[in-house]
Design a protein around this ligand. Structure first.
Ligand code: NI
Length: 174
């Protein structure tokens, strides 16, 4: 297992649509392990393969609270079905958009059809944080980011700010 570098904006890769996975082999299993390790080390609750530069429809989440046991969940070729009319709002961050939080409204509940690591089709009913988190991650597989709903002015401002942070090395006094 290894921790991968997470791609941050601005990036053309993050806008790309990920390809469906046809066969779950050793590479896909290793990728899922790497995604978990990378997600946990960055203190995120979800991570899509595209965020480490691999355009496969694979993502991992863990929405357990600090007090609970870890609950790693992986999803291959996930599809959102039966979204609720009722909406909920979370202030969302994204590992690919550092230090930025945006209020996003999404359907409160949904069902997600996916293939598990053993190649079996499954369907999961999601509510609350899991519902929001999976919708956010599945958006990544379609090249969509939480800043896409903002005005161009606001979006450019955020990207400019992050680009500046990326360019400036850490300042140290020794
Ligand atoms: Ni994200």
């Amino acid at each position: 297992m290894s921790i991968k570098d997470i791609i941050t904006v601005p990036s053309e890769t993050l806008k790309k649509i990920s390809e469906p996975v046809e066969k779950i082999g050793i590479n896909e299993k290793k990728l899922i392990n790497d995604l978990f390790e990378t997600m946990y080390s960055s203190k995120g609750i979800g991570l899509a393969a595209v965020q480490v530069g691999i355009l496969k429809r694979i993502l991992v989440v863990d929405v357990s609270t600090k007090q609970e046991k870890k609950n790693p969940m992986s999803f291959i070729n996930p599809v959102i079905k039966n979204v609720s009319k009722e909406m909920s709002v979370y202030e969302e961050g994204c590992l690919s958009i550092p230090d930025t939080f945006i209020e996003i409204e999404r359907p409160k509940t949904c069902e997600v059809e996916y293939v598990n690591i053993n190649g079996k089709k499954e369907i999961i009913k999601c509510d609350g944080l899991l519902s929001t988190c999976l919708q956010h991650e599945i958006n990544h597989l379609d090249g969509k980011l939480i800043i896409d709903n903002l005005s161009k002015l606001k979006r450019d401002f955020i990207i400019k700010k992050i680009s500046k942070i990326k360019k400036n090395p850490d300042r140290i006094i020794v």
